[in-house]
Ligand binder design. Sequence first.
Ligand SMILES: [Zn+2]
Length: 258
Amino acid sequence: MRADCHVHLDKIGGPHKTVPPSVEMFTTYARREDISLFFVIYEKDETLARFRATGYDMIPIYWERTPLTPGIPTSARAVKLHPYIERYQLTRSNVEPALEVAREKNLFVFIHTEDREPELSRGRLVAELARAYPGLLFVMAHSGSYAPPNVDYPGSVPIQDGRVRELVSEAVEVARRFDNVYLETSILASEAKSEILAKAPVSKLLIGSDFPILEETQWASLQFQEKQLLRFGLSEGDIDQIHQNARRLAKAFQVNRA
Ligand SMILES: [Zn+2]
């Protein structure tokens, strides 16, 4: 059983030009990669319903673009925050109303971490929230740095290895220190990033692809990411455990459904 913990259903928005996937694209991807559970990012209930009709297990993550005035629908089991696209720094005062709703409704919080402008959203900023909200679970999307390959990643210059190492190491440290912080891997084009994540606590890892970004390249493949982690020392059993982490979260956050 495989879980992809970072998939987009609705449009992402500037600077990304990636168009949202069709249901057919999604099912082709799911079959090709042999995935049965998805953490899906959406904004419209109608989109979620269309993809849910495929029958795959899904954890809906609502993209909250205005965390100071949240409008999180009852379909959500998690909230996504993207400080880089929405142009704010990840501080408690900038996101507190959204976190309060997450606490009330028992949602987890999925946060884009950023390497183009790290001061907007990096491990140590997530640590501050994790400390302030010990009862909330936080997932760091990209594990501190997306670390893009040398192809069209919107708005990106390739990120230098030294910066990738610094940001990913910081994120791993935060996941070690706080029980309520997890790491999502998308993507593993970078060897430095793969190497550091292969030494992170296996119980805190989630594999994600960021589909449909980079779809049709090797980096958007969940199985490619598994290979990278295996190459840097994880066992097949570890990979299985990582997918079980996703299953465990899915169970935990589907209870008390609104
Ligand atoms: Zn994404």
